[in-house]
Design a protein around this ligand. Structure first.
Ligand code: PLP
Length: 377
């Protein structure tokens, strides 16, 4: 099978930018000292980390001291949620049923050990968060922590993060947002968003896998989630992923540099896909807030007909097309999506998440429409 692969699974992960890969390759050969070692090579590795921290902090408009490196978004969400509840002693968590499993399952795990109550804010059939319900919850549960993701990884829906942050401030409530799907796709000015904590992951913005960060606003005083070392000012023990951190900073710098041009291309592919799929596949349903506040990178569809949900991915895979069903991390899994279930979608209806990235072309979109039309007819 020599057909070129068409990759429409950019919300699951992205291809590392060549410049990032080259920089990391060279860094592994030269910056190999342990950043905690006091000798020259160690100090050099430390300098690589601190320069990367400054770059990332500058692009997010925060202080370098507010960035703590982790192994990715999952660890960042875990550390922040455990830190807020068991560390800061908060007893109420307000979230939604549409969050990533690294938030929902973490809250479950905390609840199994501690007396914490979780409150779910209502969402409508498009997955839009009900802000008046959030306000009621905030009034009823002072001193809670709110965890709501900036953009939903399955639907693309974007949260009015400023409005939510302001509501949280007005109710003296800490606000955490998983911004994994928006970093590098929109400009995030975290200093001017009323937010206390955020989770980031490099592999969603053309950086390496296995590295991410937490933003912790100065003075929030979280306790560390793991023990065993003084790295990251004792907030995240373990030898730092020096080359990953370097690659993450470079990737963020590069995607910020051409964000507008890339977003224009992605938006035109998205508009083409929405129009062409609507025309060629009568009965197709676009899930989420597709014509509202949403990321241009994600289109989630339910397909009509008698196609078996579990056969859709293998059929597309045979044609060299990579997309996903359900959540990012469970591509290929036959488990129905908890997000679509919360929207009231039938678990039997085949569904697809098409996620567009910087390398996609209109011709690839045309091929995807052609193959999907064949499959559905
Ligand atoms: N949060 C969201 C919204 C995601 O999409 C993902 C990845 O799928 C994660 C968290 C987990 O990030 P990581 O793969 O870096 O652990």
């Amino acid at each position: 099978m020599n057909q070129p692969v068409i990759y429409f699974d950019n919300a699951a992960t992205t291809k590392v930018l060549a410049e990032v890969a080259e920089l990391m390759y060279r860094s592994q050969l030269t910056d190999f000292g342990n950043p905690s070692s006091p000798h020259g090579l160690g100090r050099h590795a430390r300098a690589v980390i601190e320069q990367s921290r400054r770059t990332i902090a500058h692009l997010l408009n925060v202080q370098p001291g507010e960035i703590f490196f982790t192994s990715g978004g999952t660890e960042a969400n875990n550390a922040i949620l455990w830190g807020c509840t068991t560390g800061l002693g908060l007893r109420h968590v307000i979230t939604s049923r549409l969050e990533h499993p690294s938030v929902l399952k973490t809250i479950n795990a905390i609840q199994e050990k501690f007396d914490i109550t979780c409150h779910f804010v209502n969402t409508d059939e498009k997955g839009v968060i009900d802000l008046s319900h959030l306000k009621l919850l905030l009034e009823a549960k002072p001193g809670a922590v709110v965890s709501l993701m900036h953009a939903n990884n399955e639907l693309g829906n974007v949260l009015p993060i400023n409005e939510v942050g302001l509501l949280c401030r007005q109710h003296q409530t800490l606000f955490h947002s998983d911004v994994v799907q928006t970093v590098g796709k929109v400009v995030l000015d975290l200093k001017n968003i009323p937010i206390d904590f955020a989770a980031l992951s490099a592999h969603k913005f053309y950086g390496p896998k296995g590295v991410g960060a937490m933003y912790i606003k100065a003075g929030r005083g979280l306790l560390p989630f793991m023990q065993g070392g003084a790295q990251e000012r004792s907030m995240r023990p373990g030898t730092e992923n020096v080359h990953g951190i370097l690659g993450m900073a470079k990737a963020l710098e590069l995607v910020h540099a051409d964000m507008d041009v890339v977003n224009l291309n992605i938006t035109s592919i998205r508009n083409y896909l929405i129009n062409a799929l609507s025309e060629s596949i009568p009965g197709i349903i676009f899930n989420g807030n597709i014509f509202g506040d949403t990321l241009p990178t994600i289109i989630n569809v339910s397909l009509p007909g008698h196609l078996e949900a579990g056969l859709l991915l293998p059929r597309l895979d045979l044609e060299g097309i990579c997309v996903s069903t359900g959540s990012a991390c469970s591509s290929g899994s036959s488990k129905p999506s908890h997000v679509l279930a919360a929207l009231g979608a039938s678990p039997k209806t085949p569904n697809l998440r098409i996620s567009i990235g910087r390398y996609n072309t209109i011709n690839e979109a045309k091929r995807l429409v052609e193959v999907l039309t064949q499959i559905c007819s």
